[in-house]
Design a binder for this molecule. Structure first.
Ligand SMILES: [Fe+2]
Ligand SMILES: [Fe+2]
Length: 280
C-alpha cells in the first residue's frame, strides 16, 4: 500500500442535483423557477475543465426530486426512474467515475434500479466504503423514509464502527447527506441527522477521520469541533440564504466543491458558477 505521505489526488463533491425530468423547480417560499437539469450540465462542464482533473466524483444525495413537482402524494419508483435516467445521462459527461449517496428526496428503489448498485433488497440503505490511493472513504445513508431530517440506525452505526476499526491506518473522509451539527440557521437545523451526536461519538473514536462532507443544506459552511471538521457543499442548483433563519431559497448560482488531497493534508474550495463567469 502507498503511504498517505505519497497520496496526491483531486476529487469533487457535487450535491443536491434535484433532477426532475421534464419539470422546473419552484421552491415553495420563492417566486422563481429553476432548471436543475441545465445547471447540472453547467457544473459537469466546469468539472471537465478542471486541471488537474478529478480522479472521482461524489454525488451527495437529493439526486432526483420529482416529488418537488407533485408535493401532495408519495411518488412510485416508476415515477422517479426518468429523473434518475436523466441524471445518469448528464453524468456521462464527467471525466471520472462517480460514487452516489442517498438524500431525503431520493427514492431508494428507483435509485438502485437505475444506478445499478446491486442492493441486498430493493429498498436497502446504500452505505459502503472504498479506498483510493492510501485514503479511505466512507459513504453513509442518512435517509429516514418520509422525513426531511435524517437518521442513522443502529445497524449502520455498528457497520461504521467496524469499518473504521478495520482501516485505522488510513486517513479517512466520511460523506453523509444530512448535517450532523447545527449550522445556526433555524429552518435547516430542524432537518439535521437526528442522532448526529451518536455519529460524532463513533467518529471521535477513530482519529483517522478528520473530515465529514455533507450536502442537504444548499450552502457552504465549515464547522470544526476537536479533531473533526464538517464541511457542507452548496447545491448544483438552488441555494439557501446564509442569513435567513426561515430558509429563503435563492436561484443559484450552481456550485460544487473541489478537494485536493496531498498526504494527510486536505485543501478545498467551493466553485460558484455565476451567470457572467466566462471562466472559473
Ligand atoms: Fe437538497
Ligand atoms: Fe436534503
Amino acid at each position: 500500500m502507498a503511504s498517505a505521505g505519497e497520496s496526491r489526488f483531486r476529487f469533487v463533491h457535487l450535491t443536491d442535483t434535484h433532477i426532475m425530468a421534464g419539470a422546473r423547480w419552484r421552491p415553495r417560499s420563492a417566486d422563481f423557477e429553476f432548471d436543475t437539469e441545465a445547471s447540472l450540465r453547467r457544473v459537469v462542464d466546469a468539472v471537465r475543465s478542471l486541471d488537474p482533473a478529478p480522479e472521482f466524483a461524489v454525488l451527495g444525495g437529493d439526486l432526483a426530486s420529482p416529488d418537488l413537482v407533485d408535493r401532495d402524494r408519495s411518488l412510485t419508483p416508476e415515477e422517479y426512474e426518468p429523473s434518475y435516467r436523466l441524471l445518469r445521462e448528464i453524468l456521462t459527461g464527467l471525466p471520472c467515475p462517480a460514487h452516489f449517496l442517498v438524500g431525503n428526496h431520493d427514492n431508494r428503489v428507483a435509485f438502485h434500479r437505475v444506478l445499478n448498485t446491486a442492493p441486498a433488497s430493493p429498498d436497502a440503505p446504500h452505505y459502503y466504503s472504498f479506498d483510493h490511493h492510501a485514503h479511505h472513504f466512507v459513504v453513509l445513508d442518512s435517509q429516514e423514509p418520509g422525513q426531511a431530517g435524517g437518521l442513522l440506525d443502529a445497524a449502520q452505526l455498528g457497520w461504521l464502527r467496524r469499518d473504521l476499526g478495520a482501516h485505522r491506518d488510513r486517513p479517512t473522509i466520511v460523506f453523509v447527506h444530512h448535517h450532523p451539527w447545527a449550522l445556526g440557521l433555524q429552518w435547516i437545523d430542524t432537518m439535521m441527522v437526528k442522532n448526529g451526536e451518536e455519529l460524532t461519538a463513533a467518529l471521535d473514536e477513530h482519529p483517522q477521520v478528520r473530515w465529514v462532507i455533507c450536502g442537504h443544506v444548499h450552502l457552504d459552511q465549515a464547522i470544526q469541533r476537536g479533531g473533526l471538521t464538517v464541511l457542507t457543499t452548496p447545491s448544483t442548483c438552488v441555494q439557501l440564504s446564509k442569513t435567513s433563519q426561515a430558509g429563503k431559497a435563492l436561484p443559484g448560482p450552481p456550485a460544487f466543491r473541489v478537494v485536493d488531497v496531498s498526504g494527510a493534508r486536505l485543501s478545498t474550495r467551493v466553485l460558484h458558477l455565476h451567470p457572467d463567469a466566462a471562466a472559473l
